[in-house]
Write a protein that binds this ligand. Structure first.
Ligand code: NCD
Length: 308
């Protein structure tokens, strides 16, 4: 068992289930208002964010505090210095500080893995470039499992900017590993060429892709990662690929809607769908995020001996 959580790819079902099951118990604990502040007492968690984040960073912070860890937030402004060099300097600093758990978000795919080789702490990838965002996939899986009772056999449509989405990549690995039928839906310019190799079905038409789906997972159009014009205009994108009530009607009558946030309302999703109290799981995803991160911190801290 690894003391790091760098990616979902390669994880076995029992390891994923262990995290989901423990997270489930943390949902109940959080709802009951009880705390477990002894669990990580004396342990230090550093949040190292090289990219912006609202929910992921605060969610890790809250999770760490609920388990009694000392939590430090380091926001590192992006600079033009050579990324590799900066990271290795940072690793030396973190080792000197005897940090136990290191949560890192970075614009470069593979940065957390590089850091993991250089630090004594357990490293948790909170999103690296377009590679993976493992805790997001775990919280999405927990959200689905709690609502649908299972993941196996469900048809899950992941829609929109799949190309730039680390959320999509982690979800594809996790959901296919646990037996869901995964589809990706989007314009050809936003679907990665390796999609078919990942064991998913590819659709370029929303109505066809949503047909019979149990879960419709929308993704943010990641303009900041687009180096060339991959979509005509936000208005045009919404017309063809934005989720509104009319397109959602093609999915199963009890299909549920998800989005990792932050949302571009009126671009990939209509407000009426995002805020629909019956169909939308978006708020629940945020709640599950705290429980999943508590479970991950708890499990990794147990795997990594305390620093002395
Ligand atoms: C995602 C991310 O940063 O990868 N956000 C998140 O963590 N909830 C998705 C996104 O930025 O669109």
């Amino acid at each position: 068992m690894s003391r790091h959580l760098l990616q979902i790819e390669g994880m076995y079902p029992p390891a994923i289930a262990e995290m989901l099951d423990l997270a489930e118990s943390y949902v109940l604990l959080n709802r009951s208002g009880k705390t477990q502040r002894d669990l990580l007492r004396g342990r230090t968690l550093i949040n190292l964010f090289f990219e912006d984040s609202t929910r992921t960073r605060t969610s890790f912070e809250l999770a760490g505090k609920r388990l009694g860890a000392d939590v430090i937030n380091m926001s590192v402004a992006s600079s033009s210095v050579n990324k590799g060099e900066t990271l290795l300097d940072t690793a030396a600093t973190l080792n000197a500080m005897h940090c136990d758990l290191l949560v890192i978000r970075h614009g470069e795919s593979g940065a957390p893995a590089l850091l993991a080789q250089k630090v004594d702490a357990s490293v948790i990838n909170a999103g690296d470039g377009t590679h993976e965002h493992p805790t997001q996939a775990l919280l999405d899986a927990l959200t689905i499992r709690r609502r649908k009772g299972r993941l196996e056999g469900l048809t899950i449509a992941i829609c929109g900017d799949v190309l730039h989405s680390r959320v999509a990549r982690s979800n594809i690995h996790l959901l296919t590993t646990l037996g869901s039928r995964v589809r990706v839906v989007g314009p050809p310019t936003l679907i990665p060429t390796e999609a078919a190799r990942l064991g998913v079905e590819v659709f370029h038409d929303m109505r066809e892709g949503l047909q019979g789906a149990d879960i419709v997972m929308m993704l943010r159009l990641q303009k900041e990662r687009m180096t060339r014009g991959l979509v005509p205009s936000a208005r045009e994108f919404f017309r063809f690929y934005g989720l509104d009530a009319e397109k959602l009607a093609y999915a199963k009558p009890d299909a549920l809607v998800m989005h990792p946030g932050p949302m571009n309302r009126g671009v990939e999703i209509a407000s009426a769908v995002a805020d629909d109290p019956v169909r939308s799981l978006i708020r629940e995803q945020v709640e599950m995020g705290v429980a999943v991160r508590m479970a991950v911190l708890d499990i990794l801290a147990r795997r990594n001996r305390p620093n002395v």
